[in-house]
Design a protein around this ligand. Structure first.
Ligand SMILES: [Zn+2]
Length: 308
């Protein structure tokens, strides 16, 4: 069935200040890195309000729309910005995640990668945060549960930062299992093992600064993969951040492209059986442009391998 790549040029129109790590060039590098791969290329649709409203209240959407500047940049917090076309980018990022769920549920593709920005895993119900406006991965999970009637959806977040937004949005959702590994301690400060969700439906895996692929692989083999197998997900959504790479400027983990390859293989394997191979991967962080492009390529190559 193959692997879908879902993206849209509008995602290049979300601007941030000069020198900001979450920059337009990230998406250019990711897409350049995916050139030549055997992918079903789909345009990300502009999402509907109802997609956003699965995770955020109307007043939050209204507030963001109202704060979009007519020109220049508007600062939402110390890290998070709006430019005149940010909502178009954000709606394509949500739309890609929703479209990816529809594609794998319909059998149009076995799995899918959403090359979009802004990222989403730090956005809480009413709080933009950490470069994120809407909870793309959490919205995809809720869409799969509510629109497709699935009973069990797993979200695995291997971005180096804790997916505090996804955690908040899925905290009270017993049909979702969130597994999040992160450097700990690190911004945003959450993600301790004691945070377990409202229904014991969250597994946080803190990884110490300076640790590398060996520690990550052991933690996934001992904790994440058994938990995932026991949950028997019908769909796995990956929050694919590549900022645990050794070259990333924002954190101190030492993963390599081979580690992203390994974790992708393991998650695709976990999706065989109960999830029939269905995996939706959504781009989150990754701020060294070269490491980001190489890691995303390795990740998508493994999706393609698993999706054949
Ligand atoms: Zn991150």
């Amino acid at each position: 069935m193959g692997t879908a790549l879902i993206t849209h040029a509008d995602c290049l129109d979300h601007l941030t200040p000069e020198g900001h790590p979450e920059q337009v060039a990230r998406l250019d590098h990711v897409l350049h890195g995916l050139q030549g791969l055997d992918l079903l290329r789909l345009a990300a649709p502009r999402c509907e309000d109802r997609d956003i409203l699965r995770a955020h209240p109307q007043r939050y959407l209204d507030r963001l729309v109202a704060e979009v500047p007519g020109s220049g940049l508007h600062r939402l917090d110390e890290d998070t910005w709006l430019s005149p076309r940010s909502m178009e980018a954000a709606r394509r990022a949500v739309g890609a995640a929703v479209r990816a769920v529809d594609a794998v549920m319909a059998g149009e593709a076995r799995n899918a990668f959403c090359a979009t920005r802004p990222p989403g895993h730090h956005a809480e119900a009413e709080t933009p945060m950490g470069f994120c406006l809407f909870g793309n991965a959490a919205i995809a999970a809720k869409h799969a549960l509510d629109r497709h009637g699935l009973d069990r959806v797993a979200v695995v977040d291997f971005d180096v930062h804790h997916g505090n937004g996804t955690q908040a949005l899925l905290w009270d959702e017993p049909r979702a299992l969130l597994i999040s590994s992160q450097q700990y301690p690190l911004w945003p400060g959450t993600g301790a093992a004691a945070e377990r969700g409202g229904h014991d439906n969250v597994l946080n895996i803190p990884l110490p600064p300076g640790s590398g692929g060996a520690e990550m692989r052991a933690a996934y083999a001992e904790q994440a993969l058994p938990r995932l197998a026991a949950f028997e997900p019908e769909l796995i959504i990956i929050s694919a951040g590549f900022d645990a790479h050794a070259d990333d400027p924002l954190a101190e983990l030492n993963w390599t492209e081979q580690d992203f390859r390994w974790i992708t293989q393991q998650l695709c394997r976990a999706a065989q059986g109960s999830a029939r191979g269905r995996v939706v991967s959504v781009l989150e962080g990754g701020y060294d442009l070269r490491a980001l492009a190489d890691s995303a390529r390795a990740h998508v190559q493994e999706l393609i391998e698993a999706g054949r």
